[in-house]
Design a protein. Structure first.
Length: 463
């Protein structure tokens, strides 16, 4: 296996045995990225010389025994997570490019741990789309694409992170998620995407439902990343209290585990038969391993979804109205059309929309009570064209694909996406595993069980 496709756990072991160095890995990455990136368009602010400089410093520390927990491990960071000295475009051409004055908490923790920053990764305008379509990044080559099929979208809004991960741009990638933006692209790209409990990983700025989380090719790597990222930072006023968690203690006896099987979100796009079959097959595999699986009825409603849509549209409309007219016109037309509904919303309707957040939270927490974890699809659909903003490609129906992911943002519950199998054409299908609030380790453990009992996986695409 090429060095750029090795897991973080494997790389650290290779470094410790002096079988390769961070410089070897950086060179392999540079060669691979230079070959693939002109077609994939997953990166922002990539600097090969800066990566080599980091690798040489890390190699020096390995030789002198001065290593840290992620010493020399490559990582990419979604471009809305600030890194000192690099502008934060937020995926939109409307942003004025001012270098960030400091690392946001996830970036700071990774640097402190010795990780090598390969690049930032692409996202759509303001993270408001489930795709790699961006008025900013499209200026530099085009839409971010899915490595499994370059005509398809990787999903989003952590589009570049998922594409880079599946394409072998190193082992660790950090995304953000407020309605499914880690798990949706993880499902469509066949990788692991972990949305932790709200506040588990400090982030700046914090916002209701917004989290950062690891996107990797193995659960072990996701757990390794959590051991670094889940450290306190006073800038996140919504962060959880520091807690001692052994993130690498992933063994779990599945016998006696009680799982819910949730196949109807209660609203949104219909579930594709191939997605249903893959998730049902996963449930049967857990049963064969000793778990108990029971159906979970729909617990969210169209009214909850429409309320959240009203609230977010008003927020986006206000943000756009605050921009000078010339900059506002640079925002992707799909986003401007979607947000324009905010101009017609009354105060009462927006308040009721805000209240939907609490209704979703109550419903999701209550639905989980009789289970250790819940299995579901990540997305109801298989895939969609790279040029589309989202699966419906319709601003009036923008949220129809997030029925299975959105509730767990609003309820602050941890949820992870992993590959459940492939469709008839070989495209990945995502399985979501959700757990109780703050039981992040429990979700990782169930995910690790799934890695061990699922059918052998197809190799990642080589582009």
């Amino acid at each position: 296996m090429s060095l750029n496709r090795r897991s973080a756990v494997e790389l650290l072991a290779l470094y410790a045995r002096r079988e390769c160095s961070p410089v070897d890995v950086a060179r392999a990455l540079i060669s691979h990225i230079e070959r693939c990136e002109p077609r994939l368009h997953a990166l922002w602010a990539y600097d090969a010389e800066a990566l080599l400089a980091q690798a040489r410093e890390s190699e020096w520390r390995w030789r002198r025994g001065q290593t840290r927990s992620l010493e020399g491990v490559p990582v990419t960071i979604k471009e809305n997570i600030a890194t000192r000295g690099t502008p934060v475009p937020l995926g939109t051409a409307a942003t004025e490019l001012v270098p960030a004055s400091a690392d946001a908490p996830p970036a700071a923790r990774l640097r402190e741990a010795g990780a090598m920053l390969v690049a930032k990764t692409t996202m759509p305008d303001y993270g408001m789309l489930s795709s790699g379509v961006s008025s900013f990044h499209d200026q530099f080559g085009g839409h971010t694409r899915n490595p499994w099929d370059l005509t398809k979208s990787p999903g989003g809004s952590s589009a570049g992170a998922a594409a880079a991960c599946a394409a072998g741009y190193g082992p660790l990638h950090i995304g953000t998620d407020i309605g499914g933006s880690i798990r949706l692209p993880a499902g469509w790209c066949g990788i692991v995407g972990f949305k932790p409990s709200l506040g588990r990983i400090p982030i700046d700025p914090p916002y209701a439902g917004r989290v950062a989380g690891p996107m990797t090719r193995t659960v072990d790597d996701a757990a390794l990343a959590m051991s670094v990222l889940a450290q306190p930072d006073v800038r996140d006023t919504m962060s959880l209290p520091p807690q001692s968690i052994d993130w690498r203690a992933l063994d779990l006896d599945v016998k006696g585990l009680k799982l819910g099987l949730w196949l109807d979100a209660g609203w949104g796009l219909p579930l594709d038969p191939q997605v249903r079959r893959a998730v049902e097959d996963a449930a049967r595999a857990f049963e064969a391993a000793g778990a108990t699986v029971e159906p979970l009825a729909p617990f969210t409603t169209r009214a909850m979804a429409d309320g959240m849509s009203d609230f977010w549209r008003m927020r986006s409309w206000l943000d756009l109205q605050a921009l000078p007219p010339d900059r506002r016109e640079r925002v992707l037309p799909f986003i401007r059309e979607w947000a324009s509904a905010g101009a017609r919303l009354t105060g009462e309707r927006v308040f009721r929309g805000y209240s939907a957040m609490g209704a979703l939270r109550d419903a999701a927490v209550a639905a989980m009570q009789r289970f250790d974890a819940v299995l579901s699809p990540v997305s109801p659909v298989l895939n969609f064209p790279a040029e589309w903003a989202m699966p419906t490609n319709d601003p009036a129906r923008a949220m129809e694909h997030i029925g299975f992911t959105l509730p767990f943002n609003m309820s602050e519950q941890p949820a992870i996406a992993l590959n459940a199998g492939h469709d008839a054409g070989g495209f990945p299908i995502g399985l979501q595993i959700a757990g109780h609030r703050h039981d992040d380790l429990g979700v990782l453990r169930v995910a690790r069980v799934w890695e061990g009992i699922r059918a052998p996986q197809r190799p990642y695409p080589t582009l």
